[in-house]
Write a protein that binds this ligand. Sequence first.
Ligand code: KIV
Length: 259
Amino acid sequence: MAVTTRKLIEWKRKQRPIVTLTAWDYLIARVLDRAGVDVILVGDTLAEVALGYKNTLPVTLDEMIHHASAVCRGVNNALVVCDLPFLSYQISIEKAVESAGKILKQTGAAAVKLEGGSPDIVATIAKLTAVGIPVMAHLGLTPQSVNILGYKKQGTTDLEAQRILDRAIAVSNAGAFAIVLEHIPSELAAIITDKVPVPTIGIGAGKSCDGQVLVTADLLGLTEKQPPFAKSYTNLRELITEAAESFILEVKEGKFPQT
Ligand code: KIV
């Protein structure tokens, strides 16, 4: 049975960890889905890992839709969530509904993710949920605010920690079905996980979260620079280089093709 947002909430109650990875194309999504990943996030980090931008800000709604459609064509079982890119939802609630609606209508994704927990964003989450668009929230280090926050750990002072906790409660009350917690102290993530009824999905937020997410390019060892909390489970950069070098050699030496 395909993964649903309700299933994720049930898994939190049963303490069944939720496994999330990002994807940006059909091939990767198909492999991750067959491997048994629960949630596939078409994250706006695709701006960096697939499109070569230096941060997530330049990626457009149409580019997200293009990639999310390809991902959805490769997925049978996982819940596909697509990021709302920078300025596709912050300007007004109407704009957010239009952008999120376009994603659901045109890609096959089942939900959207957006960053932040200010009162405006909380109202946006409530509206999206009310019109039938499930929302995954994202708190802590929110990369779309890189020009204000940088990439440093968030919630390290009592004041900041309290603000993130308050925002987690607010986005959950507004209807978010899950909350990504990025680069915050594990003690704070544990408190939030305990206080909200919806699953927390951590990235650099410690082991108490209800699930974990990694950027797949980091998981595969494709990225040259990784955040301190990422982990590579293989080194595809080396493997691809070796394969390409072998091909170059065989072609130059006339060994491929054989006849
Ligand atoms: O865009 C993304 O890949 C993300 C993950 C880091 C959670 O938001």
